[in-house]
Design a protein around this ligand. Structure first.
Ligand code: F6R
Length: 365
């Protein structure tokens, strides 16, 4: 059932090209239009919406952070993202002009469901992004986007996350074209690149020796930091969570610009720092953050787009991802982080598919 892979997690990492294709292809027609069958939100509905609230837990929350970026960028609507267990307790501003998006692989997470119900009661329009047809969250939503990732067995989420990212981009682009906040030219450019991503993920997955080697060198660390700016920071958070949950190494992800406001105090000789620098517009700032930690003895693994060799001066090792539009990099940059966490967990002899203390579906609040 593991299809020749030693763990479900690795199998699911390798299923990502297919999962992404399955999530994207059925939604694009021959005229390059995005067709979202289970989303009834019309242009008129959308004109009424003055705010989007995305709520989720764990990995799905990290997808929500990228969703905020995509919706604000393409649809120009202000977006708030919250973890579901916090959302209800701050008397949130939600009304009938709010679009509430619940992101949940299982569609059964108790906190996410409770937040959804709260938003519904306050009159919000409810959209669900979920991987399970007929799940509770899908049934209680007005609009549903199904990620077609297929069953995810490993407790650590991988293919569900990348398909959630794909969902967020499609939802954002679809809103943008309906609202007229994205030009047809930009829309076509993004869509063309989204279609190219499954193959780029495939290419990444064919070249993993470097990642495996780094994991074998670094698995003794007891403290790892992930830094990035913008959506790189969001991906860093996901990389950090993956590492924590399956390898039991303490890890923290922070926005790179926040380093000097505290966390840099923890950097010493040999501390491992994974630095994501996949964006042109923040590239120089990231390089200087990397130099800051390197100057204090950190071992820095950089993640950058191919061709950005400049990073090698600020890192001890570099993992390159195929070139893509800056906006879409999370779908590629998370893959090496998933593999890095996986190989470290394997090197430490951990039970990768069933980490201690964790359940696949959290149905208590
Ligand atoms: C991490 C992980 C969890 C889930 C979280 C939400 O790898 O799997 O953080 O993402 O429990 O679960 P869903 O998406 O089912 O609501």
């Amino acid at each position: 059932e593991k299809g020749g892979y030693p763990h479900f997690m690795l199998k699911e990492i390798y299923e990502q090209p297919k999962a992404l294709k399955d999530t994207l292809s059925p939604r694009i027609n021959e005229n390059n239009e995005i067709i979202l069958d289970d989303i009834k939100l019309t242009k008129e509905d959308l004109e009424k919406i003055n705010k989007v609230v995305i709520v989720a837990c764990g990995t799905a929350y990290h997808a929500g952070l990228v969703g905020r970026y995509a919706i604000e960028k393409f649809a120009r609507i202000p977006v708030e993202v919250d973890v579901a267990s916090e959302f209800r307790y701050r008397d949130p501003f939600v009304d009938d002009k709010t679009l509430f998006i619940a992101v949940s692989q299982s569609g059964e997470t108790a906190d996410t469901l409770a937040a959804l119900r709260e938003a519904k009661e306050k009159g919000a329009r409810i959209m669900a992004v979920t991987n399970v047809v007929g799940s509770r969250i899908s049934r209680e939503a007005d609009d549903v986007f199904y990620t077609w990732a297929g069953p995810e067995i490993a407790v650590a989420s991988t293919k569900a996350y990348t398909t959630q990212l794909m969902a967020m981009y499609l939802i954002a682009l679809n809103m943008g074209i309906k609202k007229g906040t994205v030009t047809k030219e930009k829309y076509d450019e993004v869509l063309t690149e989204l279609k190219a991503l499954p193959e780029k993920v495939e290419t990444l997955l064919e070249n993993i020796e470097n990642i495996q080697k780094l994991a074998d060198q670094q698995f003794h660390n007891e403290n790892v930091f992930y830094i990035g700016r913008g959506i790189d920071d969001h991906v860093g958070r996901e990389g950090s969570l993956k590492l924590k949950e399956i390898s039991y190494i303490h890890s923290e992800a922070i926005a790179a610009g926040e380093l000097k406001h505290g966390t840099i105090a923890l950097i010493e000789e040999g501390t491992l720092v994974v630095a994501l620098a996949t964006h042109d517009y923040l590239y120089d700032k990231m390089l200087s953050n990397m130099k800051e930690v390197k100057a204090r003895g950190a071992y820095v693994i950089g993640v950058a787009q191919e061709g950005n060799q400049e990073i090698e001066k600020s890192a001890d090792a570099v993992i390159y991802i195929p070139n893509t539009m800056d906006e879409l990099s999370p779908i590629l940059s998370v893959i090496p982080l998933q593999l890095f966490a996986y190989y470290i967990a394997v090197a430490r002899g951990a039970d990768v598919d069933k980490p201690k203390n964790l359940a696949k579906s959290v149905t208590v609040e």
